[in-house]
Design a binder for this molecule. Structure first.
Ligand SMILES: [Zn+2]
Length: 278
């Protein structure tokens, strides 16, 4: 069985078709999906989506946070709203951490000071509640590592990882896993494929980032956007880059994700048998 550690099921691309998106994922043996919130105003919606579709897909979980690309429109008060939403969610077994948070120094037009304010305030919340974090890291590896080192954060995932080996090792030292997905399916993505092939297997987790980061074959096949049902095909390509069988790879990445997200692990204990990839 497969795990998608990063999937924006609340994106407009999926509105109206979520029941079929979820059942397609389930039919492809994607048994666990993490849905990260991107805005304080979305917290309740993300929580209720997880509750509704968790009936069909018991391994569906969510995290709450303010994404760096949404910080321009965020208000200082959003941190208080987020804290309140986190407090309310602590009793919900589908709530597993803080995210998506981070810094994006690639996209133009974002105020770096605002981004840093919201990132640091949310790291403080992660420390306060002792929750893992889902990180968006784009041209910002060193600034994010610095923020993590200043605090006692109980691990998490650096999603869509695209840094150097040295930066990867620093995240791993801090107890983080690194997310890989569709970007590694492009033959020209040499650096990402090298990271995937050479980093310790214990540090790797799988993700789609659906509806974004389309795998290489999507456009050729005329598919408009990425979805969690494509995770096994992405996972098979990642496994072959890694030189592992599908089953070995699927089992390893499942365990890795559960190791850094203990609330997710607790939820899946009882129904999940990660030994079965297919
Ligand atoms: Zn994301």
């Amino acid at each position: 069985m497969w795990i998608d550690t990063h999937c924006h099921l609340d994106a407009p691309e999926f509105s109206g078709s979520l029941p079929s998106i979820i059942s397609a994922a389930k039919n492809k043996n994607v048994q666990a999906i993490l849905l990260p919130a991107v805005k304080a105003a979305d917290c309740q919606r993300v929580r209720s989506l997880a509750a509704e579709f968790g009936v069909e897909l018991p391994g569906l979980v969510y995290t709450l946070g303010i994404h760096p690309l949404y910080t321009n429109q965020a208000h200082e008060n959003d941190i208080a709203i987020l804290e309140e939403q986190i407090t309310q969610s602590l009793g919900d077994p589908r709530f597993v951490g803080i995210g998506e948070i981070g810094l994006d120094y690639f996209v133009e037009g974002l105020d770096p000071h605002k981004q840093e304010y919201f990132f640091n305030a949310q790291l403080d919340l992660a420390q306060q509640f002792q929750l893992p974090v889902i990180l968006h890291v784009r041209r910002s590896q060193d600034a994010i590592l610095k923020g993590l080192r200043r605090r006692n954060i109980p691990s998490g995932i650096a999603h869509a990882f695209n840094g150097s080996f040295q930066q990867a090792e620093q995240f791993i030292e801090l107890g983080f896993k690194l997310g890989f997905g569709g970007a590694a399916t492009y033959e020209r993505a040499l650096q990402i494929r090298r990271l995937l092939a050479e980093l310790p297997i214990e540090s790797i987790v799988t993700e789609t980032d659906a509806p974004d980061i389309p795998p290489a074959w999507l456009r050729e096949e005329g598919v408009a956007f990425n979805e969690p049902a494509f995770l096994p095909r992405i996972g098979r390509e990642l496994a072959s880059i890694r030189g592992l069988s599908d089953d070995e790879f699927a089992l390893a990445v499942w365990r890795n994700a559960m190791q850094v997200l203990p609330r997710w692990s607790a939820l899946c204990t009882g129904f999940a048998n990660p030994k079965l990839a297919s």
